[in-house]
Design a binder for this molecule. Structure first.
Ligand code: GLU
Ligand code: ZN
Length: 284
């Protein structure tokens, strides 16, 4: 297999220094390994994705000196693949519909005897309100959010739950178990109402389709990786090696978010910064 990395931005705002760092890490690793560097536009959130941000991503990355293979994968063109995977999981009894609102979940988790709601990689851990005793029958509802029955999913996996993490430069094996997933992550949503998919489902299917051997991304996604490993197991997909890199923080130590437009690459460009000055800011 050819060493292959990717940069997978969501076109929901301008690229900032944190994105430039992530893209550059993935690009440099691929270059060093004489491998491939791919781009993927994660535009499943149709309410927030904009063509102008997608254009800006291409423009900024090219300006930073990065090159990538064509064609670029766009998640909005892969909905049929996500639906096929959901159909498969549904048929295997691994999904169930849930229309609980955030308020419903908060109310169900804030019973005083249960203490504060536990947080997982996807926020408050779902208390299982809608979880059926037996798997729902009939065709998959396409208009309702669908949750993964985590206990059932983990029960199907015979091999140890683990992944290889190389973000520190050394190779570590991160191990976790089914109980961590059931208690610490819970029944996450795999199909969102307005998307017909979710970040987690799309990302594992796309990494497999693009034959990504090495996922390079920020440490903020480290906890989500356990979810991706479980999904790869139940969908029969390969497990890439992971490189979770440090996050670029602003002067106040706050993680840069896309709404911090002050750190947008395009803003630096319009102020006359050179590519090397930007890349210089990314060195620890
Ligand atoms: N699209 C995600 C983001 O913009 C990145 C997903 C990933 O690298 O797995 O944060
Ligand atoms: Zn529910």
């Amino acid at each position: 297999m050819i060493f292959t990395t990717r940069f997978a931005p969501s076109p929901t705002g301008p690229l900032h220094l944190g994105h430039a760092y992530s893209a550059k890490c993935a690009y440099d690793l691929a270059q060093a390994a004489q491998g491939r560097f791919l781009l993927r536009i994660e535009d499943i959130d149709r309410s927030r994705a904009r063509a102008k941000w997608e254009e800006q991503i291409y423009d900024d990355l090219a300006w930073l000196g990065l090159t990538w293979e064509q064609p670029v994968m766009r998640q909005s063109e892969r909905l049929a693949v996500y639906e096929a995977a959901l159909d498969d999981l549904w048929t295997r009894g691994l999904l169930y519909p849930c229309t609980c609102s955030r308020a419903d979940i908060a109310a169900a988790t804030s019973a005083p005897q249960e203490g504060a709601p536990l947080l997982g990689p996807d926020g408050v851990i779902y208390p299982g309100t809608c979880k059926p005793v037996t798997a729902p029958k009939g065709p998959r509802p396409t208009d309702l959010p669908l949750r993964l029955n985590m206990a059932k999913a983990c029960g199907l996996i015979a091999s140890p739950l683990q992944f290889v993490e190389e973000g520190s430069g050394a190779s570590e094996t991160i191990t976790f178990n089914a109980a961590d997933m059931i208690k610490g992550v819970g029944d996450i949503v795999l199909s969102r109402r307005d998307m017909g998919t979710s970040y987690h489902l799309s990302v594992v299917l796309d990494d497999a389709e693009q034959e990504i051997t090495d996922v390079v991304r920020g440490r903020d996604l480290f906890d989500a990786t356990r979810i991706h490993i479980v999904l790869q197991h139940i969908l029969g997909l390969p497990h890439p090696t992971y490189h979770h890199h440090r996050l670029i923080r602003d002067d106040a130590g706050k993680r840069l978010a896309k709404r911090d437009d002050a750190r947008a690459i395009s803003k630096y460009r319009s102020e006359g910064f050179s590519k090397d000055e930007i890349l210089g800011m990314l060195i620890p």
